[in-house]
Design a protein around this ligand. Structure first.
Ligand code: ZN
Length: 125
């Protein structure tokens, strides 16, 4: 299957995090890429990642984008997956900066928004 954003989001809809892995140098990308960002190879394969990781950076947003109306404050972060690359996303049910820190454990949660599914994260103890 081609490395398109549609394919990526179709997998998210199935509750699977699929990225690309370069057969030449082993570099992993999320979302998947057509060309390896490290070595330029186009010899890539799909790789599935488990949705567990830790927060590497985050911000709590008090003034929301309009589509986020009713959800503010909310947190966005960059999560480093245990078995893969980093990916950004919403961290659910966080209202204050004090609830989060770099290194907080998170796991993936798939949130339906109409016909789409968004990859979000939730804090785990
Ligand atoms: Zn490569």
């Amino acid at each position: 299957m081609e490395f398109t954003s549609k394919a990526y989001f179709d997998f998210i809809g199935e509750g699977r995090i699929m990225g690309s892995r370069c057969r030449a140098c082993g570099d992993e990308s999320l979302p998947p890429r057509l060309v390896c960002k490290e070595c330029g190879s186009v010899d890539l394969e799909w790789e599935e990642f488990e949705g567990k990781g830790e927060v590497r950076a985050f911000s709590v947003i008090n003034i929301p984008l309009s589509r986020m109306d009713g959800r503010s404050p909310y947190a966005v972060g960059v999560m480093r997956l245990d078995d893969g690359p980093s990916i950004s996303g919403l961290i659910l049910d966080v209202k204050e900066e004090g609830e989060l820190s770099v290194g907080s454990r998170v796991e993936a949660e798939y949130v339906k928004e109409g016909e789409k599914t968004a990859l979000c994260f939730r804090l785990v103890p």
